[in-house]
Design a protein around this ligand. Structure first.
Ligand code: NIG
Length: 382
């Protein structure tokens, strides 16, 4: 079955040769894009839908979330808004709640947040374990997440749980826990930060994951300057996420590497951190992604549109840069930039239609729900 979406006022494709098209159309064949071009040249299809001049763009690629959680941290958030500092240790609250939740409850939390994200234009979602922190709970987090999201990351090295010393826990993560979880995930991640794991512990976790064939991701430079970015680049990680505190040498390292700098502005706002210097990264030639970091502690939002609006209004990214970072950039951070986050023949048919004539409205009308419809792998999902 083919579907023609026609009368697209502005189509953001993220391809080098097409970029942005006006008066455009595209054809979806099953789960893939089959054709892209001007409405005037559109081929016939089994079904045609006029988008009436609306803008369309690739669905958001949310390359950093933590959806395998239970419980609530409203009180911690309220205390922060009253002046308390964000601390990595808050993760332990969610670990207790997650361990106490049934499989059905955990599965329901993941499914609800995925549905919430898709209804706002997200079509591809990565999520992490990291609130289990023992073998059975990390394993079930990975398995349950795998039935709801597109990509799963093993984050056993999120925090040293109560009752463990850091080095023994790293041995567990790199040994029995990795053995159990590795078959269910594509990536391994580590929180390389004071209060979590230091550079040598983080290196050990990443090396163990790499030896099992997993791709590498790093949480780094979130709460202060530190070794996370340097380590991610040195170890060839696909992405280093947060990048809130970067030295000039971190920026240089990123710009001369294949490691994507994934910025999480909703998290920086919610934890009262400064916003990252996106322009320094872009000017240096680094690849930038934007993601929601949806989790109950530091960033409880699934709204990629909020992240894009923040990036434009407060981080001085252009709308085009922010939209590209939240689509193609996320895809690159997941090493899938030829399949998702892009509208071209052969790519997955992930299309986000706005109830607006251009992507500029995403920043011009912040906070307004602008999603008109969402096609996820060719299916109307919202
Ligand atoms: O990406 N930085 C570490 N992990 C999460 C925070 C999780 C939490 O506070 O529960 C993050 O912000």
């Amino acid at each position: 079955m083919t579907l023609l979406l026609t009368d697209i006022g502005e189509l953001t494709t993220n391809t080098d040769n097409l970029g942005t098209l006006t008066n455009a159309a595209l054809v979806i064949d099953g789960t893939r894009i089959a054709w892209v071009g001007p409405t005037s040249a559109a081929p016939a299809a089994d079904t045609a839908v006029s988008l009436g001049g609306r803008a369309a763009l690739p669905g958001w690629v949310d390359s950093h979330t933590h959806l395998a959680f239970a419980g609530d941290r409203t009180e911690e958030f309220a205390a922060r808004m009253a002046g308390a500092a964000y601390r990595a240790g808050g993760i332990a609250t969610t670990v207790s709640a997650t361990r106490s939740a049934s499989d059905a409850q955990l599965s329901d939390v993941i499914a609800r947040h995925v549905a919430e994200a898709v209804s706002q234009g997200t079509t591809y979602i990565e999520t992490k374990t990291g609130y289990g922190l023992d073998v059975p709970n990390e394993l079930r987090s990975a398995q349950l997440a795998g039935s709801h999201v597109d990509e799963v990351t093993f984050l056993g090295a999120h925090l040293v749980p109560a009752g463990w010393d850091a080095d023994s826990y790293v041995d567990l993560v790199c040994g029995e826990m990795l053995d159990a979880v590795a078959p269910h995930v594509r990536w391994i991640d580590v929180f390389c930060e004071t209060g979590a794991f230091d550079a040598s512990q983080s290196r050990a976790v990443l090396a163990a994951g790499a030896a099992r064939g997993l791709g590498l991701r790093v949480h780094g430079n979130q709460l202060d300057y530190g070794p996370g970015v340097r380590l991610a680049v040195e170890m060839g990680a696909a992405s280093v996420d947060h990048c809130t505190y970067l030295t000039k040498s971190d920026v240089d390292d990123l710009s001369s590497s294949e490691t994507v700098a994934t910025l999480l502005p909703a998290c920086d706002l919610s934890t009262r951190q400064p916003l990252p210097d996106a322009q320094a990264l872009l000017n240096a030639g680094a690849t930038v992604a934007l993601a929601s970091n949806c989790n109950p502690g530091s960033s409880y939002t699934t709204s990629m549109a909020f992240c894009v609006a923040t990036a434009v209004l407060q981080m001085r990214m252009s709308v085009q840069e922010a939209v590209r970072a939240a689509t193609w950039g996320g895809a690159r951070a997941l090493r899938r930039e030829n399949e998702i986050g892009i509208i071209k023949p052969g790519a997955r048919a992930d299309v986000h239609v706005l109830d607006a004539p251009s992507i500029t409205h995403l920043a011009y009308r912040p906070g307004v729900p602008l999603t008109h419809s969402v096609y996820r792998a060719g299916k109307l999902a919202a």
